[in-house]
Write a protein that binds this ligand. Structure first.
Ligand code: RFL
Ligand code: PHB
Length: 387
């Protein structure tokens, strides 16, 4: 088999890259480890930046998002002393779109089907070869058969646990990491959202987030110790706990009900450098992980796709974009890394938090509440740094 760009991983990064390249007349083959149903069952991101919305338009798959997504012009930050709103439109003239990653992935699969793109599911034993030579190729097993895919370029869109990052030799790869001493217990429920906009809560019992997918579907998270097990949290215990952490008026009036999904995700900041090795590019979670507090993971994957798409379209004329990919992508990655780390550090209770740390944290929130310039800085990062 031969193609121009072999794409490892059929999550949002891989599918969006494939869709954009195909529309530009560049052939791709996507190799995905799981079934389509499995990819679509993962409930993850909920907040799309303006740049992500723009890229979905460019890929020709924004119609349903524009019909069913919800533009949000601000969000709330809450402490045990009350809550305040950060108005994105007032602070920086932009907004975000609340539309789930599951729906984005669904729309991308539909768009790929419509143009007859090649996506192979349930592939295994993926190995990348000759990345710095003239004959890059991928070997893998599909339908019980050993296969070989020859290509010009390989896009590693296979997430944090994929094979692509590990294909860059260890002496070349530099990794930067912070692991946080807590996780998020996330719940999806068919209930009316607690408020019209997202609420990020800093509470003595730990962080909480009230988010949503639609008028009838809510997404909630609470900070929990990493030793907790999702199965050990009954629905009742979850609702009791989140009510304690959200503002009183919201807690009193919020609708609760059976949960559809419940899982615990650890929080981590991680960057690998460089993001290109010869003819291999790392894209999205394969190259970096952010804690979800800043709502940046999916959006960062999309900005990587943007830089790589531009570089590959240009590659038949000039390799300048290809050579600059890692540097351009990493500049934006570190911007989102800083923001996600900062949001995490001002909103969570850390096990070793001293009274001094506590005062500093409270002050960070007071500055945001009282200073328009601080809200502007936060809003500009939240709606997304330009790309
Ligand atoms: P993905 O989605 O992990 O997809 C990678 C795909 O590669 C496949 N794969 C392989 N395929 C072939 N061979 C192999 N050896 C393979 N190994 C893996 C996998 O099966 C998978 O299908 O990475 P991608 O495409 O880079 O997308 C990244 C995003 O999924 C991720 O950054 C976001 O979900 C992060 N995230 C959020 N991002 C936001 O922008 N806004 C948010 O509000 C937000 N909330 C979240 C989040 C992530 C969360 N969790 C659970 C980690 C909330 C949570 C709770
Ligand atoms: C979500 O709705 O899943 C969500 C929203 C905002 C975040 C993280 C997750 O910061």
């Amino acid at each position: 088999m031969r193609t121009q760009v072999a794409i490892i991983g059929g999550g949002p990064s891989g599918l969006l890259l494939s869709q954009l390249l195909n529309r530009a007349g560049i052939a791709t083959v996507v190799l995905e480890r799981s079934t389509r149903d499995h990819v679509l069952s993962r409930i993850r991101a909920g907040v799309l930046e303006q740049g992500t919305v723009r890229m979905l338009h460019e890929a020709g798959c924004a119609d349903r998002m524009m019909r069913e997504g919800h533009p949000h012009h601000g969000c709330y930050l809450s402490t045990d002393q009350g809550r305040f709103r950060v108005d994105f439109t007032e602070a920086c003239g932009q907004e975000v779109m609340v539309y789930g990653q599951t729906e984005v992935t669904h729309d991308l699969y539909d768009a790929q089907d419509a143009i007859g793109a090649t996506i192979l599911h349930e592939v295994s034993d993926v190995v990348l070869h000759d990345l710095t030579g003239d004959h890059p190729h991928v070997t893998f097993t599909h339908g019980g058969q050993a296969q070989r895919l020859d290509c010009d370029w390989i896009a590693g869109c296979d997430g944090f646990h994929g094979v692509s990052r590990k294909s860059i030799p260890e002496h070349v790869r530099q990794e930067f990491e912070r692991v946080y001493p807590f996780g998020w217990l996330g719940v999806l429920s068919r209930t009316k959202p607690a408020a019209e906009e997202l609420i990020y809560a800093n509470h003595p019992r730990g962080f909480a987030l009230a988010s949503m997918r639609s008028e009838h579907l809510s997404r909630y998270y609470i900070q929990v110790p990493l030793t907790d097990k999702a199965e050990a949290w009954s629905d009742e215990a979850f609702w009791t706990e989140i009510r304690r952490r959200l503002p009183g008026d919201v807690a009193d009036s919020m609708e609760t009900g059976p949960t559809i999904e419940k899982s615990i995700a650890p929080l981590r900041s991680f960057v690998t450098e460089p993001m290109r090795w010869g003819r291999l590019f790392l894209v999205g979670d394969a190259a970096h992980i952010v804690p979800p507090t800043g709502a940046k993971g999916l959006n960062l994957a999309v900005s990587d796709v943007h830089y790589l798409y531009e570089a590959l379209v240009e590659a038949h004329r000039s390799l300048r974009g290809v050579e600059a990919y890692s540097e351009r992508a990493l500049k934006r990655v570190w911007g989102a890394m800083r923001f996600s780390w900062w949001m995490t550090s001002i909103l969570h209770r850390f096990p070793d938090q001293s009274e001094f740390d506590q005062k500093i944290q409270e002050n960070e929130l007071h500055i945001l509440r009282d200073m328009p310039s601080a809200r502007e800085t936060m809003a500009r990062s939240y709606v997304g740094l330009p790309f």
